[in-house]
Design a protein around this ligand. Sequence first.
Ligand code: FES
Length: 96
Amino acid sequence: MSGLFVRLVDQKRAPCRFYVNGEPCTARQGDTVMTALLTRNAHLRLTEFTGSPRAGFCLMGACQDCLVTQESGERIRACATLLQADMRFVIPEQVP
Ligand code: FES
């Protein structure tokens, strides 16, 4: 699976495990949830209206376009939340 983001720096920070749709993934400690998810995914969510993929817009916590759902059902702003070990996300697959 290819992501939208490519990590160019900080490749040696300690790893941080998290899960997407139950699959274990690895990012780096200090990553935002957005960085962690978009280095492996092409989107964060699908819109409720059209089902089109979204991956954030403002990147500074204002627009809520980056809301991602955790397995608990809680939604968080991916751009404004630091990844914590063992966070679990549900990212819907885009229907072709
Ligand atoms: S991208 Fe706008 S709130 Fe996260």
